[in-house]
Design a protein around this ligand. Structure first.
Ligand code: HEM
Length: 168
């Protein structure tokens, strides 16, 4: 097994999708906590949760982006799959920048246990772009079928093995 296999996962078991669950979950939490704080629901606690979830999302984004990038590098340039995946890359980079700006500009408010307007707007804008990027990510997998083995008749005991299937 190469280092690349370790990073991108085995056939039928890519590493990018589970990492995206953690990233999207943290950013979704940040958006929800930010809105709840702004609405005055446990305002101070939600402000702390908002900022910490944003920072945790940014930390988890690093391995998420690296694994996605390694898969993207394997795609043939100029193909429809490449165009969708490149749009996904651009959307996710834009979302990450918006969340990073929200965390940086929102730090002073976090210290005062409040979510200020601009960081909240940046968080919600990041969430909207994240949703678009997630849609495009789903298109890569469920429309173009990237990294899907689709071996319905493979016996279950063999299908769950990490070495199941051929190729990516
Ligand atoms: C850091 C934020 C990112 C998030 C939250 C994210 C999210 C997603 C999601 C939700 C999927 C569909 C997975 C599924 O439903 O099974 C996906 C697939 C994919 N993403 Fe990302 N992505 C991110 C970054 C990137 C980057 C920077 C690239 C580089 C181009 C990339 C390339 C891919 C590729 C190639 C797939 C197809 C499936 C695979 O490779 O495992 N992603 N992504």
């Amino acid at each position: 097994m190469t280092l690349r296999d370790l990073l991108t996962g085995l056939p039928g078991h890519p590493t990018h999708p589970p990492l995206t669950d953690a990233t999207i979950g943290l950013y979704t939490g940040a958006a929800a906590f930010g809105v709840l704080s702004a609405l005055g629901v446990a305002e101070e606690n939600m402000a702390v949760a908002w900022w910490l979830a944003l920072v945790a999302g940014l930390v988890v984004s690093a391995p998420t982006a690296v694994t996605g990038l390694l898969d993207w590098l394997k795609i043939t340039r100029g193909t429809p799959l490449w165009r969708t995946a490149t749009s996904h890359l651009v959307a996710m980079l834009a979302a990450t920048l918006l969340f990073a700006a929200a965390a940086i500009l929102g730090h002073a408010g976090y210290a005062d246990r409040e979510v200020e307007t601009l960081p909240l707007v940046l968080t919600l804008a990041g969430f909207a772009v994240l949703a678009l990027g997630g849609w495009l990510g789903g298109t890569i997998v469920y429309v173009h079928g990237m990294r899907v083995l689709k071996e319905e008749d493979r016996p279950a005991a063999r299908a769950v093995r990490p070495d199941s299937g051929e190729g990516a």
